[in-house]
Every structure is written in C-alpha cells, then in structure tokens.
Design a protein around this ligand. Sequence first.
Ligand SMILES: [Mg+2]
Length: 380
Amino acid sequence: MKITDVEAIPVSVPIPKERQNALGIGKLTKRDAVFVKVTTAGGLIGWGEAHHGRNPGAVASIINNSLKGMVVGQDASNVAGIWSRLYQAQVASHGMGAGSVIAISGIDMALWDIRGKATGWPIYKLLGGASKPILAYAGGGGSLGFGKTEALLDECRGLIAMGFKALKLRIGQAPAIDLARIEAVRKTFGDDVMLMTDANAACSLEDVRQLMPGLDALNVRWLEEPFPGSDQRSYAAAARFGRTPLALGENAYTRYEFREYLERGDIAVLQPDVGKTGGFTEIMRIAAMASGWRVPIHPHGGVTGLDLAAGIHVLAAIDNAGYFESSEGLNPLRELPFASKPYELDKDGCVRPLEAPGLGLDVDEAFLRFHPVIEGPGFV
Ligand SMILES: [Mg+2]
C-alpha cells in the first residue's frame, strides 16, 4: 500500500456556442476538471476529483508541485494521517487556503478509492452505509439557467420526462424576472415537482427581501447562496425575511468553516462538496457535526462522474442525508471519461450508490490525455 506516485491531470472540454448556458456566475464556455491519480507499490490505482476552482491548472500545480512530495512514500491506508499531514503543512501555514483544501480533496478521494479497491468494497459500505434510493434533483452546473421562459420550460419538460421529481432553477437576474420564471415553472408543472433555487451569490440584501415572499408562496424548497458565504450579516437578515430555508456550502472548506455556519444558525441546508471541502475524510466529519445540530447534508455535485459518485456514497452512509445534485445540461465530463455511468435515475427520480469497489468507476486515461487543460475560467 506504499504510495509510489501522485499525479493531477487537468482536463478541459469546450462547450459549443449554441449550448452555452448563462448563470449568475457567467456563461459556461468549457468544462474543466482535475483528475487525481494515486498509484501504490502493489499496483492499486485510486482516482479522485479535485474541483477545478476556476483555474484547473493552478489546482493541479498545488498537487503536483506542493503536495505530491508529502504523499509519495506514505502508506495509502493511513488516510486520516495523510489528511492531517497535508492540512498542517499546506493549509495551516502559508498555504493558499481554499485551493489547497481542494487539492487535498482530490488526493483524499483517490485514497478512499484505493481503500475500496484493496478491500473489494464500494465506498458507501466502507463508510458504514447501505444501498438505498436517494432523491435526485436536476440542476448541476450549466442547466436550468437564465434565458427565455419557453426554453426553460422545454428544458424542465425534458428533465421531468427523464424521471426527475425535483428541479433547481438559477436565479439572481432581478427579483421580478426570477419570480416570473419560477412561477411559470410552478404553474406549468404543478405542485408535485419540488423546486429549489440557486443564486450563485448574485443577490443583494434588497433583492432577497423582494424575492422571499414569492419564494414562500411558490413553495420553493430552498434559496441557495444568495450571498457569498462570508456575508454573515446578510444571511442573518435574510433568514428573517420569510420561511424559505437558506442553503450554502459548495464554497465552504473543511469542518472549521462548517462549524461556523452551524453556530450562526441561519443556514438550514448544508452543501459540502466531496471534491472541494476535504474529501471523504472531511465531509464525513462535517456530516457528523451537522447531524448533532439536526441539519441535513445535500452534497454539492461536482463536474465529473468521480465527484458525483462520491456524493452518492456519502448520502448512502450518513444519517442526515438530503438529496443528490445531479449534473444536467451539457457535461461531457460526467460520463465520457469512464467505462460506465456514475448514476442512473430510476422511475421515482432516485439514484443509488455504485456497487463496484471504491468509487465504482474505471477512468479512461487516454481520454484525459486527449483533452489537455485549456487555461482560463470556464464561466466568462
Ligand atoms: Mg450552487
């Protein structure tokens, strides 16, 4: 189980112009991802995904140039020890904060993939979970964005036809436009479809004051990231504007940041991402801590099948599991780099964790080498 190599492989796939969706964070022009490959002396290979962080080359560089030297030579089974070693050396002092936690996340995910392959168990079983149906909602990066209402209704229609019972709409344009769009979806598809909203931190406090009565009336399940997570005063104020729960967490790193959100008490839905917040090791700590506060975990869905499969493994193993955020819209990195799909939607709109050892996916390394990183942000 001695680790002989660690390599981060940043990849990019351009999105054709006619398929580029606009969100609060810009227009999606390419899909980026950072694959992390960890090799052991015994020949086991683990794969993980570190979120691209809007700069896949930089995330890969932290792994290949800063962290690799602290991981090679270690025992791959010592996952918590490696986590602490990297955190202490890279994050606790001098170390590029969020970028480094993202980098650790990819390595940790790959180490859990190795644990699974070494034991023959899928990760959800290693974590103490059981296979069960988990409600999925459509809305991962690039889907259900801004634009003409008719086009949005068509997109919703297609997703509902696929089996989805829950949809997450992008908001943050302007309160009146946002509410008109949500209302059109609610009126067209009725009360049985669960609707969430995600503003990608694009709202002002005044926007949310105007939005909240409408979100309450339209029975919106949550309002995600109206503001940056650090804007504590706006969250505290917005929580008093209405009943719709406030959600965040895809841009929060390690249990230390989540502890603060729990202590604040104004966030009702936490959304850590396995590939961002510190890997399986850390998200399980976050979930256990949130369980003590009776707050559910709805993992943010990453880009590739690795992070998506990872989120389902977590959901199958925690007692405060929420829903799975699927990745719809055009996302070639969800399935193309793998021999099989990261998830299948059943007729009830649910998914189950993969059963093959580890994460449960075989990575096509030739695909990765064939799609080298295109530097620059994917949302412009
Ligand atoms: Mg979001």
